[in-house]
Write a protein that binds this ligand. Structure first.
Ligand code: BG6
Ligand code: MG
Length: 213
Protein backbone atom coordinates (compact mmCIF):
# COMPACT_ATOMS: atom_id res chain seq x y z
CA UNK A 1 0.00 0.00 0.00
CA UNK A 2 1.12 3.51 -0.84
CA UNK A 3 0.09 4.79 2.63
CA UNK A 4 0.21 3.07 6.02
CA UNK A 5 -2.64 5.20 7.35
CA UNK A 6 -5.49 7.40 6.25
CA UNK A 7 -6.63 10.35 8.35
CA UNK A 8 -10.17 11.45 7.54
CA UNK A 9 -11.86 14.73 8.16
CA UNK A 10 -15.36 14.03 9.54
CA UNK A 11 -17.97 16.66 8.53
CA UNK A 12 -18.52 16.44 4.78
CA UNK A 13 -16.20 13.43 4.34
CA UNK A 14 -17.40 10.55 6.54
CA UNK A 15 -20.92 11.98 6.87
CA UNK A 16 -23.10 14.77 5.51
CA UNK A 17 -23.13 16.86 8.69
CA UNK A 18 -21.84 19.80 6.61
CA UNK A 19 -25.48 20.22 5.53
CA UNK A 20 -26.60 20.42 9.19
CA UNK A 21 -23.90 23.03 9.88
CA UNK A 22 -25.27 25.06 6.96
CA UNK A 23 -28.87 24.86 8.18
CA UNK A 24 -28.02 25.66 11.79
CA UNK A 25 -25.85 28.66 10.85
CA UNK A 26 -28.58 29.84 8.48
CA UNK A 27 -31.04 29.91 11.41
CA UNK A 28 -28.54 31.73 13.61
CA UNK A 29 -27.85 34.23 10.83
CA UNK A 30 -31.58 34.98 10.49
CA UNK A 31 -31.78 35.46 14.29
CA UNK A 32 -29.25 38.33 14.09
CA UNK A 33 -30.80 39.82 10.95
CA UNK A 34 -28.43 38.40 8.34
CA UNK A 35 -30.80 37.28 5.59
CA UNK A 36 -28.22 36.68 2.87
CA UNK A 37 -26.21 33.80 4.37
CA UNK A 38 -25.46 31.61 1.35
CA UNK A 39 -24.02 28.20 0.46
CA UNK A 40 -20.88 30.05 -0.64
CA UNK A 41 -20.58 31.53 2.88
CA UNK A 42 -21.08 28.03 4.27
CA UNK A 43 -18.22 26.78 2.09
CA UNK A 44 -15.97 29.38 3.73
CA UNK A 45 -16.85 27.80 7.11
CA UNK A 46 -15.74 24.32 6.05
CA UNK A 47 -12.98 22.98 8.24
CA UNK A 48 -12.58 26.03 10.46
CA UNK A 49 -13.49 26.21 14.15
CA UNK A 50 -16.93 27.12 15.51
CA UNK A 51 -15.83 30.62 16.59
CA UNK A 52 -14.07 31.29 13.27
CA UNK A 53 -17.23 30.09 11.49
CA UNK A 54 -19.29 32.59 13.47
CA UNK A 55 -17.04 35.41 12.22
CA UNK A 56 -17.96 34.51 8.61
CA UNK A 57 -21.56 35.46 9.48
CA UNK A 58 -20.72 38.46 11.66
CA UNK A 59 -18.85 40.02 8.70
CA UNK A 60 -22.30 40.34 7.09
CA UNK A 61 -23.93 41.84 10.17
CA UNK A 62 -24.24 45.60 10.69
CA UNK A 63 -23.92 45.56 14.49
CA UNK A 64 -20.97 44.47 16.61
CA UNK A 65 -20.95 41.92 19.43
CA UNK A 66 -18.90 41.57 22.62
CA UNK A 67 -16.90 38.37 23.15
CA UNK A 68 -19.54 37.23 25.65
CA UNK A 69 -22.31 37.74 23.09
CA UNK A 70 -20.27 35.88 20.46
CA UNK A 71 -19.89 32.87 22.76
CA UNK A 72 -23.64 32.93 23.41
CA UNK A 73 -24.38 33.03 19.66
CA UNK A 74 -21.99 30.13 18.99
CA UNK A 75 -23.66 28.17 21.79
CA UNK A 76 -27.10 28.95 20.35
CA UNK A 77 -26.01 27.62 16.95
CA UNK A 78 -24.53 24.55 18.61
CA UNK A 79 -27.84 23.79 20.35
CA UNK A 80 -29.67 23.94 17.00
CA UNK A 81 -26.96 21.79 15.40
CA UNK A 82 -26.98 19.23 18.27
CA UNK A 83 -30.75 18.81 17.90
CA UNK A 84 -30.12 17.84 14.27
CA UNK A 85 -27.29 15.47 15.23
CA UNK A 86 -29.63 13.78 17.73
CA UNK A 87 -31.74 12.51 14.82
CA UNK A 88 -28.75 10.71 13.26
CA UNK A 89 -28.24 6.96 13.39
CA UNK A 90 -26.25 4.20 11.69
CA UNK A 91 -28.53 4.71 8.68
CA UNK A 92 -26.75 8.02 8.06
CA UNK A 93 -23.50 6.23 7.30
CA UNK A 94 -23.53 5.68 3.55
CA UNK A 95 -22.94 2.16 2.20
CA UNK A 96 -20.12 3.50 0.06
CA UNK A 97 -18.29 5.05 3.04
CA UNK A 98 -18.77 2.03 5.27
CA UNK A 99 -17.67 -0.52 2.68
CA UNK A 100 -14.68 1.59 1.59
CA UNK A 101 -13.54 1.92 5.23
CA UNK A 102 -13.83 -1.83 5.69
CA UNK A 103 -11.85 -2.61 2.52
CA UNK A 104 -9.09 -0.17 3.56
CA UNK A 105 -8.88 -1.75 6.98
CA UNK A 106 -8.85 -5.21 5.38
CA UNK A 107 -5.80 -4.15 3.37
CA UNK A 108 -4.05 -3.29 6.64
CA UNK A 109 -4.36 0.52 6.67
CA UNK A 110 -4.66 2.31 9.99
CA UNK A 111 -7.65 4.65 9.99
CA UNK A 112 -8.00 7.88 11.96
CA UNK A 113 -10.14 10.99 12.29
CA UNK A 114 -8.75 14.55 12.28
CA UNK A 115 -11.68 16.92 12.83
CA UNK A 116 -12.09 20.53 13.98
CA UNK A 117 -15.43 19.65 15.53
CA UNK A 118 -16.01 19.48 19.26
CA UNK A 119 -18.98 17.23 18.45
CA UNK A 120 -16.90 14.65 16.56
CA UNK A 121 -17.06 11.87 19.16
CA UNK A 122 -20.82 12.28 19.54
CA UNK A 123 -21.29 12.09 15.75
CA UNK A 124 -19.13 8.96 15.51
CA UNK A 125 -21.24 7.32 18.20
CA UNK A 126 -24.48 8.21 16.40
CA UNK A 127 -23.06 6.62 13.23
CA UNK A 128 -22.06 3.44 15.06
CA UNK A 129 -18.37 4.26 14.60
CA UNK A 130 -17.64 5.07 18.26
CA UNK A 131 -14.95 2.39 18.54
CA UNK A 132 -14.00 1.97 14.88
CA UNK A 133 -11.04 4.31 14.33
CA UNK A 134 -7.49 3.68 15.53
CA UNK A 135 -7.20 7.33 16.61
CA UNK A 136 -9.61 10.24 16.89
CA UNK A 137 -8.39 13.83 17.24
CA UNK A 138 -11.12 16.45 17.53
CA UNK A 139 -11.68 20.13 18.23
CA UNK A 140 -11.36 19.58 21.99
CA UNK A 141 -7.78 18.33 21.65
CA UNK A 142 -6.15 21.12 19.65
CA UNK A 143 -5.21 24.72 20.32
CA UNK A 144 -4.87 25.83 16.69
CA UNK A 145 -7.58 25.09 14.10
CA UNK A 146 -7.14 24.23 10.42
CA UNK A 147 -5.39 25.50 8.28
CA UNK A 148 -2.84 24.86 11.05
CA UNK A 149 -1.69 21.23 10.72
CA UNK A 150 -1.92 20.50 14.49
CA UNK A 151 -4.97 18.22 14.25
CA UNK A 152 -3.40 15.98 11.60
CA UNK A 153 0.06 15.96 13.20
CA UNK A 154 -1.54 14.85 16.47
CA UNK A 155 -3.42 12.06 14.68
CA UNK A 156 -0.21 10.85 12.98
CA UNK A 157 1.57 10.95 16.33
CA UNK A 158 -1.17 8.85 17.95
CA UNK A 159 -0.84 6.35 15.09
CA UNK A 160 2.95 6.34 15.56
CA UNK A 161 3.61 7.26 11.91
CA UNK A 162 5.37 10.15 10.12
CA UNK A 163 3.14 12.41 7.95
CA UNK A 164 4.66 11.13 4.68
CA UNK A 165 3.17 7.69 5.42
CA UNK A 166 -0.35 9.05 6.00
CA UNK A 167 -2.90 10.33 3.49
CA UNK A 168 -5.36 13.04 4.63
CA UNK A 169 -8.88 13.09 3.14
CA UNK A 170 -10.61 16.48 3.21
CA UNK A 171 -13.56 18.42 1.78
CA UNK A 172 -12.34 21.86 2.94
CA UNK A 173 -9.77 24.29 1.57
CA UNK A 174 -8.59 24.96 5.14
CA UNK A 175 -8.16 21.21 5.65
CA UNK A 176 -6.19 20.68 2.44
CA UNK A 177 -3.90 23.56 3.41
CA UNK A 178 -3.48 22.07 6.90
CA UNK A 179 -2.54 18.68 5.46
CA UNK A 180 0.01 20.09 3.02
CA UNK A 181 1.50 22.35 5.72
CA UNK A 182 2.00 19.28 7.90
CA UNK A 183 3.86 17.36 5.20
CA UNK A 184 0.95 15.06 4.30
CA UNK A 185 -0.40 14.25 0.87
CA UNK A 186 -4.06 15.23 0.58
CA UNK A 187 -7.04 13.73 -1.21
CA UNK A 188 -9.81 16.26 -1.82
CA UNK A 189 -13.55 15.71 -2.10
CA UNK A 190 -16.04 18.40 -3.21
CA UNK A 191 -14.60 21.83 -2.41
CA UNK A 192 -11.39 20.09 -1.34
CA UNK A 193 -10.94 18.65 -4.83
CA UNK A 194 -10.89 22.17 -6.28
CA UNK A 195 -8.03 23.41 -4.08
CA UNK A 196 -4.64 24.28 -5.41
CA UNK A 197 -2.04 21.75 -4.29
CA UNK A 198 -4.51 18.92 -3.60
CA UNK A 199 -2.54 15.75 -4.35
CA UNK A 200 -5.50 13.61 -5.45
CA UNK A 201 -8.88 14.90 -6.65
CA UNK A 202 -11.67 12.48 -5.76
CA UNK A 203 -15.09 12.39 -7.35
CA UNK A 204 -16.37 9.92 -4.77
CA UNK A 205 -15.26 8.47 -1.43
CA UNK A 206 -14.76 5.05 -3.02
CA UNK A 207 -12.13 6.53 -5.38
CA UNK A 208 -9.78 6.21 -2.41
CA UNK A 209 -9.48 2.50 -3.09
CA UNK A 210 -7.60 3.15 -6.33
CA UNK A 211 -5.32 5.77 -4.76
CA UNK A 212 -4.08 3.87 -1.75
CA UNK A 213 -3.79 0.59 -3.64
C1 BG6 B 1 -15.68 21.32 11.04
C2 BG6 B 1 -16.68 21.94 10.12
O1 BG6 B 1 -15.60 19.94 10.81
O2 BG6 B 1 -16.03 21.55 12.41
C3 BG6 B 1 -16.81 23.43 10.43
O3 BG6 B 1 -16.28 21.76 8.78
C4 BG6 B 1 -17.19 23.60 11.90
O4 BG6 B 1 -17.78 24.00 9.59
C5 BG6 B 1 -16.14 22.93 12.77
O5 BG6 B 1 -17.25 24.99 12.21
C6 BG6 B 1 -16.46 23.01 14.26
O6 BG6 B 1 -17.60 22.21 14.53
P1 BG6 B 1 -18.33 22.12 15.93
O7 BG6 B 1 -19.16 20.85 15.82
O8 BG6 B 1 -17.29 22.04 17.00
O9 BG6 B 1 -19.16 23.35 16.06
MG1 MG C 1 -15.08 18.79 6.45
Amino acid sequence: MKFKAIIFDLDGVICATDEYHYRAWKQLAAFIGVSDFTRADSDLQRGISRMDSLEVILRKCKRTFSDEEKFALAEQKNQIYRSMLATMSERDLSKSVSSTLCVLRGRGAKLAIGSSSKNAKYILERLGLGAFFDAVVDGNMISRGKPDPEVFLKAAELLGLPPRECLVVEDAAAGIRAALAGGFQAAGLGEGAKCEGTTYRLSSFADLLAIVN
